[in-house]
Design a protein around this ligand. Structure first.
Ligand SMILES: NC(=O)c1ccc[n+]([C@@H]2O[C@H](COP(=O)([O-])OP(=O)(O)OC[C@H]3O[C@@H](n4cnc5c(N)ncnc54)[C@H](OP(=O)(O)O)[C@@H]3O)[C@@H](O)[C@H]2O)c1
Length: 333
């Protein structure tokens, strides 16, 4: 949910554009190029939209009718239904709320691993795809929750080192973390460095000025490392005293999967069709695993007060009520 709030706060969209990126609903009409053998009117789908888009300001997730890119659509099992409880535990996608929690977080995690890192989409290979350690800073974010499960299931690295609040450690370890450090500890970076000196790939799942410097300081400056961020942060954010020649900076923008130009304020990202192809293949691979529960959505708190729920969620996220690894989902029915 942080991404939507940042889009609003940073005024990325035009004045009348509407925000909202994750949606689930029933197909009422097929677009011209949609494969009618694959999708049928009346079926349910879930997926993400570029809410607050400058190019398509009318299309967003907080609407009765939403236009979804069929190539990037997930399909739920046929018996999907609304949750009957306000708190849904981690599990398979079997509710509309569970489905709505998936697209943006999981797509972004998929782009990180299978485009930026170039990992193979091979489920549970016997040996780690890269024989070094990886750091996930912000393991309890929606993004971190997806990344950790994917890192484990695609046996990506020798060690998955995670940074999150202490109270979430047990759950994160069950999901695949090798070790968990608490970012509230003033010496958390030293603790990580004392135990793991060779972290060569680092994901900043919070991506602010403070965390990007913290993450950067955990990188292996001798063998070289890559730091990936999700808010378009560039190297000028890193304090002079921490800068190292062999640490690469990279950024992931999920909207590039739409195959169009992406405009964020004054920054324009050109269409990237290879990124789009990776995300299409990724969705095909993980969709059945999410429906079966081999990969699981995070715990969910459901808001049922119609459109007002979206405003309430934005307020609650600003107040940190989504901490502890819970996704806040509004139902509009
Ligand atoms: N580039 C893209 O395409 C893209 C797409 C999606 C998201 N994003 C970005 O990805 C980031 C994550 O978004 P999200 O919606 O997944 O987040 P989220 O679920 O709203 O994150 C909430 C969690 O952040 C954790 N947190 C807060 N401050 C932290 C810190 N200093 N260190 C470690 N963890 C901290 C808290 O964990 P604890 O409970 O452990 O304290 C909290 O549970 C955001 O920056 C968002 O803008 C970018």
């Amino acid at each position: 949910m942080i991404i939507v709030i940042k889009i609003v706060a940073l005024k990325f969209g035009t004045e009348k554009s509407i925000t909202g990126c994750d949606a689930v609903g029933q197909i009422v009409k097929l677009g011209r190029n949609v494969n009618s053998n694959q999708f049928h009117i009346g079926e349910f789908v879930y997926g993400y939209i570029h809410g607050s888009s400058l190019l398509l300001p009318d299309n967003d997730a907080v609407e009765d009718y939403v236009s979804l890119d069929a190539k990037l659509a997930f399909k739920p099992n046929k018996n999907i239904e609304f949750s009957t409880v306000d708190s849904i535990p981690e599990g398979a996608v079997s509710t509309f709320e569970g489905a709505a929690s998936i697209p943006c977080s999981w797509g972004t995690a998929g782009g990180s691993l299978f485009y930026h890192m170039g990992l193979d989409l091979e489920w549970e290979p016997k040996t780690p795809q890269r024989n070094f350690s990886v750091l996930v800073w912000g393991g309890s974010t929606g993004l971190g929750h997806a990344l950790i499960q994917l890192l484990k299931s695609f046996n990506a690295f020798a060690n998955i080192i995670v940074v999150a609040s202490k109270q979430n450690q047990q759950k994160l370890k069950e999901n695949g973390a090798t070790d968990v450090f608490d970012y509230h500890d003033v010496d958390s970076i030293k603790r990580i460095a004392d135990k793991y000196s060779k972290i060569q790939y680092l994901f900043d799942c919070v991506s602010n000025q403070q965390t990007i410097n913290q993450v950067y300081r955990c990188a292996d400056t001798k063998r070289g490392a890559t730091v990936l961020n999700y808010m378009g942060i560039d190297i000028s954010a890193i304090k002079f005293q921490f800068k190292a020649d062999d640490v690469q900076f990279d950024g992931n923008i999920l909207y590039l999967a739409l195959g169009t130009k992406v405009v964020y304020g004054e920054t324009v990202f050109e269409p990237n069709l290879s990124y789009r192809k990776v995300i299409i293949d990724f969705i095909q691979t993980v969709n059945p695993k999410l429906n079966s529960g081999e990969l699981q959505h995070m715990p969910i708190r459901v808001y049922t007060n119609g459109p007002d729920s979206t405003l309430q969620i934005m307020k609650d996220v600003r107040e940190g009520k989504n901490s502890g690894g819970v996704k806040l989902v509004a139902t509009l029915k």
